[in-house]
Design a protein around this ligand. Structure first.
Ligand code: SF4
Length: 251
């Protein structure tokens, strides 16, 4: 019986009792017990909800701790020749619980000065790309394949990638994002272990371990080639679909 039918039946029953002159109804213990059990169930549900929240928080704290330990392990790294020209190591930053992770190639001039990834002109464009997806920078995690600036912004060399990349691999393992967006050829070719260029890698959902991987153009390339922004937006929309984010309608 549905709740409304049940209430109607009770009302009718009480009405009938009143007509018979009954002015007092004895509530059997079963009803009181049922009321108490209901309260208990609600409390149990609340406790379960709280437990879930605590679990999520513990997971976040764990990831923060693991990333902190990894940064400590990197230390004042001199493992490859890039250490010689750097001002700051750019480890990476963002939400340890991020569902979306961006991976670039290496720090540029502004990043080297500030010790933070994507903070120069290309970084501003990346911020706009993130905002276009309906996200904030604090929602995502951003890292690079190499953590020190290559001289004159050249691409990192294979030996530098080989030495530094285990730190990126561990960052991905810890964050375990649903989607990785590779910004440019260096990160895409490294994570997909290929020599194929970006224009052929983009437009496809690849896999990297447990994560989906999308390839798009590096924001610095987009600043030089604005006509490719349309394609980059298509790549971002592909990632949005995978993340279950709402894609804005065309105006
Ligand atoms: S690029 Fe990586 S491996 Fe090379 S010195 Fe910097 S942190 Fe160390």
């Amino acid at each position: 019986m549905e709740e409304k039918d049940f209430l109607k039946a009770i009302k009718e029953y009480i009405g009938a009792l009143e007509e018979l002159g009954v002015s007092f109804i004895y509530l059997p213990d079963e009803l009181k017990i049922a009321e108490e059990s209901k309260r208990e169930i609600i409390n149990r549900e609340k406790i379960e909800e709280l437990r879930e929240k605590v679990k999520k928080l513990e997971k976040k704290i764990d990831k923060e701790k693991l990333l902190k330990n990894l940064r400590e392990e990197l230390g004042n790294c001199k493992r490859c020749k890039l250490h010689a020209g750097r001002n700051n190591i750019v480890f990476g930053e963002g939400n340890p619980e991020a569902k979306l992770m961006f991976v670039g190639e290496g720090p540029g001039r502004d990043e080297d000065i500030q010790g933070r990834p994507f903070v120069g002109r290309a970084g501003k464009l990346l911020d706009k790309m993130i905002a276009a997806m309906g996200l904030k920078r604090e929602d995502v995690y951003i890292a690079n394949v190499v953590k020190c600036r290559p001289p004159n912004n050249r691409n990192p060399e294979p030996d530098e990638v080989a030495i530094c990349s285990p730190f990126l691999i561990k960052q991905i393992e810890i964050i375990d994002p649903a989607v990785i967006i590779c910004l440019g050829a260096v990160s895409a070719q490294f994570l997909l272990n290929t020599k194929i260029n970006v224009s052929k890698l983009r437009g496809i959902v690849h896999k990297y371990k447990r994560s989906n991987l999308i390839v798009t153009y590096h924001p610095a390339y987009l600043l030089r080639n604005p006509s490719q922004k349309k394609n980059a937006w298509e790549d971002l929309q592909m990632a949005m679909k995978l993340l279950g984010l709402k894609i804005p309608k065309k105006k």
